[in-house]
Design a protein. Structure first.
Lengths: 113, 115
């Protein structure tokens, strides 16, 4: 059974719209993360959360807003979408911070037209 | 900032041949980062292959090995005899912060093993 669920798997959006990417982990972890991978670029760290508190935000834009309604959920809301936002977005989790190993979800591939 | 540089792919080798994927890192925000190799098999998600947290130590998994060399800031991935099932994309990464657990990834190396 998948331990980290990301929904949807694929997403097509129009420029200017808003989308929410869903992430749930069933590993009992206390820390969760979002990463992004654009074409031909490395995975890029976006956010880290611990016990539902934001620990680090490395995104330059406020259009990206994580939302944590429960300890095992960390959704990503993206507003005013742009074609440059097209990428695969990966959710990850770890037991805690302190360089604990992160486990990744399968990703949501977003295409903005 | 911290960075990871690895062999640019694709890398093509024949089954039973040896493999090395080079990885070097630069860590400015943390003195002794954890080092990782992650792998993504076709149609699957990213998964941890091996992890080493102590300089000078070697990690191994599924026949792959990597040694944490702080002097040369390298963490090369090696396998003595590859199999077709090893075809995947391999990512070298470092743990950039103990406070926020940010991980910095290399660009990935696509490996194709020919039968």
């Amino acid at each position: 059974d998948p331990k980290i669920i990301q929904k949807p798997k694929y997403l097509v959006a129009v420029t200017g719209s808003e989308k929410i990417l869903i992430c749930e982990q069933y590993l009992g972890h206390n820390a969760m993360y979002w990463y992004r991978q654009s074409a031909k670029k490395p995975l890029e760290f976006m956010f880290s959360y611990s016990y539902q508190k934001l620990m680090d935000n490395q995104t330059a834009s406020s259009r990206f807003q994580p939302q944590s309604s429960k300890k095992n959920h960390l959704d990503l809301q993206i507003t005013a979408l742009k074609p440059d936002d097209s990428a695969t977005y990966f959710c990850a989790s770890s037991q805690d911070l302190n360089q604990d190993t992160q486990y990744f979800g399968p990703g949501t591939r977003l295409l903005v037209l | 900032g911290d960075s990871v540089t690895q062999t640019e792919g694709p890398v093509t080798v024949s089954e039973s041949e040896s493999l090395i994927i080079n990885c070097t890192y630069s860590a400015t925000s943390i003195a002794y980062p954890n080092l990782f190799w992650y792998v993504r098999y076709p149609g699957e998600g990213l998964q941890l292959l091996l992890k080493v947290i102590t300089a000078g130590q070697k990690g191994s998994s599924r026949g792959f090995e990597a040694t944490y060399n702080k002097e040369t800031t390298s963490f090369h991935l090696q396998k003595a005899s590859v199999q077709e099932s090893d075809s995947a994309v391999y990512y070298c990464a470092l743990g950039s912060s103990s406070n926020t657990n940010k991980v910095v990834f290399g660009t990935g190396t696509r490996l194709q093993v020919l039968p």
